[in-house]
Design a protein around this ligand. Structure first.
Ligand code: ATP
Ligand code: MG
Ligand code: MG
Ligand code: MG
Length: 593
């Protein structure tokens, strides 16, 4: 492609809407364009990147025997009513765009496709002989995220590969899950990403075992706990959540204590700059200790009209969404504590584990989340606060942050947990934390959807059983941007070769120079014919502008038909380290191939 014929532009200024480097760079380099809140156009360069990522994903999926298909984005409400998710998704979570057709029938725009695929399985799979089977698609998903941000990282419209497998039993499901683990690792490795697979919380999708694939980057919205020996890694959402068999007990203990006195309420309200009758319902705090340890605290003020109804709730980050405000009930915040804290800066939007946070820190509800800093150890009764995760058999034990507000960051003694799926780590290993971007998530769903929707099959013995099911998602558009977040410098993007929109760009320093143009044209044709995807910067611009643009858009190799032509050579500059080499014109194709 010739730049003179492309919609090619670059911006000098960082876009106002962008907070993180990858977002700024993709906008400035002309890859994406904001159309609305969380809605982006993928311009031609971006589309090439997305197609490359999709192709890698497709190849790895096909290699496992999964089959590609394309499911409808318009989904009848009835399917979601059958699975029991319509109300949660359209109202409680509000993540699904719902619409009404001209016949007054309700529809949703697909945020995920368990319902559609389970319906298909129900209608087409009769016998164990048809199993296992795995279908996947690469498609635009719609989610009315509360806080769309960071460009493609959290869009309201984004591209996902989602796959769904059906099995006669758990063993077969476990096998495919294992295959997916391998496929996902291959996809990310091939895309040039550094990543970490972590144990994950299943969230609203449900099911038991699940694992996320995290691209490690400071801008990540997730927090990962891992041991240096590499044997243990978990999303903090999972690490701090309770084993399923412990969900109720610790909270029930505190339920009785959930009515703070009027004085406390007044102080809280004063502190939050709201009146007890204010519509503020939930406020999230990140408590930052002097040693860097952070804990998220959710304070809920309930009962909009009646002072006597006001209660406070605390919650730990990472509690799965099923522990909604009513069940994550913990403690009143001591009034004394609230005098000891002060707001320092705004909580970065969406910082919190989105699956939980979205529910609780809705700006629409007039909530102003703030960072807090606790300077006095009497501040908030965190001793009680973490007791839930502190009982024998719980995943995290010894994390008694309340006793000593000075808990050394990595001394969370993790003991063997009882619950089956929780791998634990060697207690001698101290936990480290890192920020991660969730690019993929695989789940063993079990029979959650098949049971709800009546998707059964007949076993060899003639018995009718619900299908076992797994689901596997990769955020294609998020992954593409995560690659940038991991690979850029002060001059711009540095694409990994495998997903770069083009491999090489030929810059003609002076387009008035016939020889420069001639060599460039020749190389342009030869390289493209040889499969080296090459751009030609034939614009009537100064060389400096062209080099700057080539760096910004991040093409792995830049070929310059400049001064070295006098000795029959061109200059080839690698984007990653700016290493320059003079290469004989006839050697360029073999050099780059
Ligand atoms: P998050 O925790 O970031 O909200 P999720 O857990 O809700 O993601 P899943 O339902 O597991 O997402 O979807 C599978 C994948 O789709 C995610 O791992 C992520 O890569 C991608 N994804 C999810 N939501 C978005 C979004 N709003 N924009 C872009 N990609 C997304
Ligand atoms: Mg998630
Ligand atoms: Mg989400
Ligand atoms: Mg997920």
């Amino acid at each position: 492609m010739r730049l003179s014929q492309m919609l090619f532009y670059t911006l000098r200024e960082d876009p106002a809407e962008a907070e993180i480097p990858s977002h700024k760079l993709l906008v400035r380099a002309g890859y994406i364009r904001r159309i609305g809140n969380g809605i982006y156009a993928y311009l031609p360069l971006m589309w090439r990147v997305l197609q490359k990522v999709s192709q890698i994903v497709r190849e790895e999926m096909n290699a496992t025997g999964a089959q590609e298909c394309l499911l409808p984005q318009l989904q009848p409400a009835q399917l979601w009513q059958e699975s029991g998710r319509w109300d949660t998704y359209t109202q409680a979570e509000g993540i699904m765009f719902a619409l009404t057709d001209r016949q007054d029938r309700e529809l949703g725009l697909g945020p995920t496709h368990e319902e559609v695929i389970t319906t298909i399985a129900k209608e087409t799979i009769r016998s164990y002989r048809q199993l296992p089977v795995h279908l996947y698609q690469i498609q635009t998903k719609f989610r009315d995220e509360i806080r769309p941000r960071f460009g493609l990282m959290r869009g309201r419209e984004f591209i996902m590969k989602d796959g769904y497998s059906f099995h006669p039993d758990e063993a077969s499901l476990a096998k495919t899950y294992q295959d997916m683990d391998g496929a996902y690792r291959n996809m990310l490795r091939r895309s040039g990403l550094q990543f970490q697979a972590v144990q994950a919380d299943s969230g609203a999708i449900g099911g038991g075992v699940s694992q996320e694939f995290m691209v490690l980057a400071d801008a990540g919205e997730d927090e990962v706990l891992y041991t240096p020996d590499g044997q243990y890694a978990a999303n903090v959402e999972k690490a701090l959540s309770l084993p399923p068999d412990k969900v109720d007990s610790p909270f029930q203990k505190y339920e009785k204590r959930a009515t703070p006195d009027t004085e406390t309420i007044d102080k809280v309200c004063k502190f939050l700059k709201c009146s007890p009758t204010n519509v503020v319902k939930n406020v999230l705090y990140q408590v930052v200790y002097d040693n860097g340890m952070t804990v998220l605290v959710l304070v809920s003020i309930r009962g909009d009209q009646d002072v006597n109804e006001v209660k406070l709730y605390n919650g730990l980050t990472g509690l799965a969404p099923q522990y909604n405000a009513k069940t994550i009930l913990a403690l009143e915040v001591p009034a004394a504590g609230l005098q000891q804290v002060w707001a320092t800066r705004p909580l970065p939007l969406g910082y919190m584990a989105p699956d939980l946070g979205d529910d609780y820190i809705s700006p629409a509800k007039n909530v102003a989340p703030r960072f807090l800093r606790i300077v006095d150890r009497t501040a908030i009764a965190l001793e009680n606060f973490v007791t839930g995760a502190n009982e024998t058999g719980y995943h995290v034990v010894g994390a008694n942050w309340g006793k000593e507000f000075q808990l050394p960051q990595h001394q969370m003694d993790v003991r063997k947990a009882k619950a089956g799926d929780r791998a634990t780590h060697d207690p001698a290993q101290t936990l480290q934390t890192a920020r991660g971007i969730e690019v993929g998530h695989i789940f063993q769903l079990g029979t959650k959807y098949s049971q709800a929707m009546g998707a059964t099959f007949t076993t060899e013995q003639g018995e009718e059983l619900p299908l076992y099911m797994g689901c596997y998602g990769v955020g294609v558009s998020r992954l593409a941007q995560a690659a940038v977040e991991q690979s850029y410098d002060k001059d711009g993007i540095i694409w990994p070769v495998a997903i770069a929109p083009y491999h090489a760009i030929i810059c003609v320093p002076n387009i008035g120079d016939a020889q420069q143009v001639e060599v460039a044209e020749k190389l342009y044709t030869q390289l493209n014919a040889a499969g080296v995807e090459t751009l030609l910067d034939d614009r009537n611009e100064r060389a400096g502008v062209k080099f700057k643009d080539a760096d910004l858009i991040g093409i792995p190799f830049r070929i310059v038909t400049g001064r070295s032509l006098s000795s029959g050579k061109v200059e080839i500059v690698q984007r990653i380290n700016h290493a320059a080499e003079e290469v004989a014109i006839e050697e360029v194709v073999p050099f780059l191939k």
